[in-house]
Design a protein around this ligand. Structure first.
Ligand code: GUN
Ligand code: ZN
Length: 459
């Protein structure tokens, strides 16, 4: 794909819009949801500068501002995926195993291919294109142990100008020899990647020990020291996903009081630490996560696919000590890159634990909640002046089934529920990154060309 042409410095979108004015797990969900049936969003230099009712704002627009109207669409902040493995895209939907056997049989052989930089570049391009087709504009992404897999990912993300978090996997034991680094080698390679990519435009680096089973204590300690080398670094890893894994970790680290304590002891648990899964954790662990300010990534399609268990979302979010929680697709154990599909399964997992995930809570998790989990809620995740203009346009009539169901909806909450139960990439009409149209479902060739076909008026 050629480089995208620059977005017009100033343009506006008109249509139905949703965003959040509060956390719907702490406040009344219906009140936390902001619904503007006919909104105007002014975008200047990649940022939202005005947002409100079209009637109230349109006379205030600077002259000659092009306005794109999205009829029948719902404009939302772009989705945020807090846990996903780009190198596992080629092996999504691998049959039959639970976590540890699945890693051995499918994941490690697939990840070994990323020693080849050209192969990595091809998968990175496909992965990011798929994310944008799903309406996801930011993600916390695992690469492989190979530094070239990280260069491939950030090169493509920088070209698209997406705000992404990613890092080189650290693994110095319990993995095939061609996927192992060493404590010092992993440290040096990570530091070089941090120098190259962290805060390079919109790119952010995450120190990425895969999980406690594949790193020695020495490697985890060095990962903790890496985190202290630069401001604003992230840390991502896996926590308490599967019972056999939890048992193994307790044998590998007999002196630690819990799985989380293995990471905490190495200085890896704090703000901007993102722990995938947290399915089998107790109240003490939730309490420590709350106190430390780290986040859990809820990955329902993955947990169902691998038979890992049911994440206790409402216990994690208990208002007395709320833990930051985002949604993760966790592809390739997850079965879809769509946050709508992920919400579908999150709803069912909540039902299985006796709880009801309100559509406002669901869409908050996929947008503002994910941004909050990542400490990026001052930049992404909501539609408001000052925010980066990462947006998606949802189509509740994307399929005949959805269209007939949407006809029965009387409220915006009903419509959002239809989207999260029946929607997928087909219901993402368009995606904007920093104000630029990067995906147009019905006119793929228009993406990157400002979607000029949709400009319906000039002020
Ligand atoms: N635990 C350690 N590595 C992985 C991985 O790649 N996927 C999942 N789901 N869990 C893991
Ligand atoms: Zn994972």
């Amino acid at each position: 794909m050629p480089s995208l042409p620059p977005a017009p410095a100033r343009h506006a979108l008109r249509g139905r819009a949703i965003t959040f004015g509060a956390n719907p797990f702490l406040d009344d969900p219906a009140r936390a949801l902001v619904h503007e049936p006919d909104a105007l969003i002014l975008i200047e230099d990649g940022h939202i500068t005005r947002f409100g009712a079209f009637d109230a704002l349109h006379d205030t627009l600077p002259p000659d501002t092009p306005v794109t109207t999205w009829h029948d669409g719902i404009i939302s902040a772009g989705f945020v995926d807090t846990h996903v493995h780009y190198p596992q895209l080629p092996m999504i939907a691998a049959y039959g195993e639970q976590l540890l056997e699945w890693l051995e049989r499918y994941t490690f052989p697939t990840e070994a291919r990323f020693a080849d930089a050209d192969y990595a570049a091809g998968v990175a391009r496909r992965f990011l294109r798929e994310l944008l087709r799903a309406g996801t504009t930011s993600a916390a992404v695992y690469c492989t142990v190979h530094p070239q897999s990280v260069d491939a990912f950030f090169t493509e993300s920088a070209r698209l100008n997406t705000r992404m978090i990613a890092g080189k996997v650290l693994m110095d034991r319990n993995a095939p020899a061609n996927l192992r680094d060493t404590p010092q080698g992993g440290y040096d390679a990570s530091l070089a990647l941090i120098e190259r990519w962290h805060q390079h435009g919109r790119q952010l680096y995450a120190v990425t020990p895969r999980f406690a089973a594949t790193s020695t204590e020495e490697q985890l300690d060095l990962a903790g020291s890496l985190l202290r080398q630069r401001e604003g670094l992230f840390m991502q890893t896996h926590l308490s996903e599967n019972l056999a894994e939890v048992e193994w970790i307790s044998h590998l680290f007999p002196r630690r009081t819990s799985y989380l304590d293995v990471y905490a002891h190495a200085g890896l648990v704090g703000p901007r630490s993102v722990l995938g899964h947290g399915v089998h954790v107790d109240e003490d662990t939730f309490h420590t996560c709350h106190a430390a300010g780290c986040a859990l990534a809820h990955c329902p399609t993955s947990n169902l696919f691998l038979g890992s268990g049911a994440f206790r979302l409402f216990d994690a979010l208990d208002p007395r000590r709320p833990v930051r929680v985002g949604l993760g697709t966790d592809v390739g154990a997850g079965t879809s890159l769509s946050q709508l599909q992920t919400l579908n399964e999150a709803y069912k997992v909540a039902q299985s634990t006796g709880r009801r995930l309100h559509p406002a809570q669901a869409f908050w998790l996929a947008t503002a909640g994910g941004a909050h989990a990542l400490y990026l809620d001052d930049r992404i995740g909501t539609i408001a002046p000052g925010m980066e203009a990462d947006l998606c346009v949802l189509d509740p009539h994307a399929t005949p089934l959805m269209a007939q169901r949407a006809e029965q909806c009387e409220t915006i909450e009903d419509l959002l529920f239809v989207l999260m139960m029946l929607g997928d990439d087909r219901s993402v009409r368009a995606t904007y990154v920093a104000g630029q149209l990067v995906h147009d479902r019905d006119a793929p060739e228009a993406a990157g060309a400002r979607g000029a076909g949709h400009i319906t008026s000039f002020t």
